[in-house]
Design a protein. Sequence first.
Length: 181
Amino acid sequence: MIPTPTAPQVWAIAAGMERCFETVTRAIEGLRPDQLYYLPTPESNSIAWMAWSLSRWKDVYTGALTGEPQAWASEGWAGRYGMSAEATGYRDTPEMVAAFRPDVGLLRPYAAAAHRAAMRRLGMVTEAHLAREFVVPYGTLTGARLLINMLTGFMQHTGSIGYVRGMVTGRGWNEPPAARA
């Protein structure tokens, strides 16, 4: 559900995030582990890794913006994945991406938990949050710029996930259910 934030311009960010979440959820639905972990090239990312990293950054950015703990650590997801609380995928090497093979049953639940937390947090965002500066691994950004970077990254990962899904299952996976019948 798209929140109605205190800062009205955040609505567009929330709507974009909701659409990305719906698309990624559909894209990973019904995939076998070999399809989720498929690497088109040794330098590429798998669907599983992209879906996880996208969810991690949604959790990281919105948690930083509102000052709330990340669902990854506070809800025990890091432990279930057998990873550190700081893991996000940022600067992961191709070898690390290839080795990323958590239980496939964890992908959708963590993506959903991170999405719920992010949408709730976006509903709390004020003009003050947007003006505040945040230090991220690649520089210092205002809250507004942080949200823009977050959404554009999600759109890129979502498109990549869809592309790789098409590679492993063929065309038609993203058609409305009625069109698939």
